[in-house]
Write a protein that binds this ligand. Structure first.
Ligand code: SF4
Ligand code: SF4
Length: 213
């Protein structure tokens, strides 16, 4: 099949010396009119760091993650939800009254994290960890000023070594108490088992009939 020829019709002044001058002047005019129009518009950017940028950020801005350890119940939902495994939690079981919260009242926690780390150098700020948190403990902040050349500076630990030591000491007490309760229970069960045959044993001689009056 023969290819159809398309005829080319150049527009007037689209080529040539005067057309180049005309096109240059026209593009200069468009560019400058666009630039000048910005003199009358509200600025979209702010001078950093002179202006307090954080105050201009929207409420849903995703800066660094933080965790409120006072309300974290160590359910690990956030850890499971993270698609790239940048959250690492380790916890211990404690009595509900073994930990006193910041409000001075006994905490209702059964599990208490002794390690809660987030590798923010790896984090992609997807927010998947914040959605399943039942207590809103993990959430984004407006913090972003942590430029660094060392990735280790972006590895955040939310349980300090002192807090960990304190909780582990409580854990030891908790375990000792549990072991003591178990031992007492076992001893009581053994004593009950030993007393049972004596109570239920059949008497060797039948009881004598009471004397007839
Ligand atoms: S924001 Fe996304 S990548 Fe970052 S810790 Fe949460 S789930 Fe993981
Ligand atoms: S989902 Fe919330 S409550 Fe559960 S471990 Fe994570 S931060 Fe703590």
């Amino acid at each position: 099949m023969e290819a159809q020829k398309q005829e080319y019709h150049p527009e007037p002044f689209s080529t040539g010396y005067f057309a180049d001058i005309w096109n240059t002047a026209k593009s200069l005019f468009y560019g400058m009119s666009n630039t000048m129009s910005h003199l009358f518009r509200a600025p979209s950017t702010v001078q950093y760091p002179e202006v307090d940028v954080k105050a201009t950020l929207p409420d849903r801005y995703r800066g660094f993650l933080t965790v409120d350890m006072d309300v974290c119940i160590s359910c690990r939902n956030c850890e499971k939800a993270c698609p790239i495994d940048c959250i690492w939690i380790e916890d211990v079981k404690l009595d509900r009254v073994d930990i006193i919260g910041n409000n001075g009242k006994p905490s209702k926690k059964m599990l208490y994290p002794v390690v809660f780390n987030i590798d923010l150098g790896k984090c992609m700020y997807c927010g998947l960890c914040t959605e399943p948190c039942p207590t809103d403990a993990i959430h984004f902040t407006k913090e972003f000023e942590r430029a660094t050349t060392d990735f280790h500076n972006l590895y955040f630990e939310f349980v300090s070594p002192e807090e960990r030591k304190e909780v582990l000491a409580k854990r030891e007490k908790f375990e000792a108490k549990e072991a003591e309760a178990k031992a007492k229970k076992a001893a009581a069960a053994a004593a009950a088992a030993a007393a049972k045959p004596a109570e239920t044993a059949t008497p060797a001689t039948p009881p004598t009939e009471p004397p007839k009056s």
